[in-house]
Ligand binder design. Sequence first.
Ligand code: RFL
Ligand code: PHB
Length: 386
Amino acid sequence: MGAGPSGLLLAQLLALRGIESVIVEARSREYVEARIRAGVIEHGAVQTLIDAGVGGRLVREGLRHDGIYLQWPGERRRIDFPDLCGQSVYVYGQTEVTKDLINARLADGQEIYWNASDAEVLDLETDQPLIRFVDEQGHLRELRCGLVAGCDGFHGICRPAIPDSLRTDFERVFPFAWLGVLAQVAPSTDELIYAWHPNGFALHSLRSEKISRLYLQVAADESVDAWSDDRIWEELATRFQLDGWSLETGSLLDKSITPMRSFVSAPMRLGRMFLAGDAAHIVPPTGAKGLNLAIADVRRLAEAMTQFLQKDSGELLDAYSDTALQRVWQSTHFSWWMTSMLHAPAPEEPDSAFVRQLQLTQLRNVTSSRAGATWVAENYTGAAYG
Ligand code: RFL
Ligand code: PHB
């Protein structure tokens, strides 16, 4: 269920092992391909995409990044990934990963049902679960399956199909959001800048040599309409201000608000249905982990499903939820840690002056201690996850 990165990559990995799958997706192909989200891909996830036969354009057009900058007023310090942990990351938009996966699947003559409505997953605790939905032409379809993968994102139907009594949800909703913009302007930086500022966090990312991706911490209930292009550029310039450096501006191609939430649902299984990616967990984007976690889940799930279907052993499927959740909690911790260090609390919060001093101290600590910087590098690149 779902043609996001999780569902598409899982289907591709299964196809390479000779296992047939059908993807059922609620939205249109155009919508799925245009949805702007993540941009940073870990070393290990890049390798998974290469192994899946969809890494060609990523390696050609993606940008390898060997570090990030952590900034606070008056300071911009670099974390050098290869020096600290021997790995790097790639900057390549999730839109492009999605297009590459869709093209590979369609070139292989494999099915995706777009614009499916009223989907249900049934009989999950039997040997032959059932997916029922209405296809684009309005016909009711029923698919009897060997296994079901719930890759239908945070708002999908698969996680809620696990009864509340069998599921534990862990959640933190952060009291702020990100306003994200895509700008037609060459990036003003060679590597991502994560900036702490009394007005709030800002992130300078990029998509290509001509397109920049920028984010501002805003109030949780903020409306995009409150942010004219001029106001956005002014606020970005304020938060990234550094002597001898300037922010280039350009036209804005897209503006959106992303709420910030940590969420983990356990277990990631009911009978013959397995959850992967955002269907089971959400991290705030500060650690750039959401897409990478989705890729890690499905790599593990593809192996487990293959063992079950081809070797008649359920050992890896039985272990899937517990092993996937270990990695999920590591990324949940890192994303929470980065988020807590970088997002200035609102001045009206009673201990905000205290928290700000701790945040600045933490930033100085992790950039001045090799041990601290190594921990950041290992988590950011995914080297910590083996
Ligand atoms: P997705 O990408 O949400 O895909 C799920 C797919 O399932 C479909 N679907 C259904 N299909 C059939 N029947 C139903 N009933 C269905 N309900 C839903 C949906 O239409 C969709 O196509 O989950 P997946 O594949 O697990 O991939 C996860 C990643 O997309 C996600 O972790 C990241 O994009 C998270 N994320 C970000 N991660 C980062 O690392 N950096 C970022 O900057 C970043 N920005 C974001 C994000 C997620 C966002 N969301 C979910 C709102 C920005 C946003 C706005
Ligand atoms: C992005 O390029 O969209 C991006 C990069 C790093 C993050 C979050 C988003 O931590």
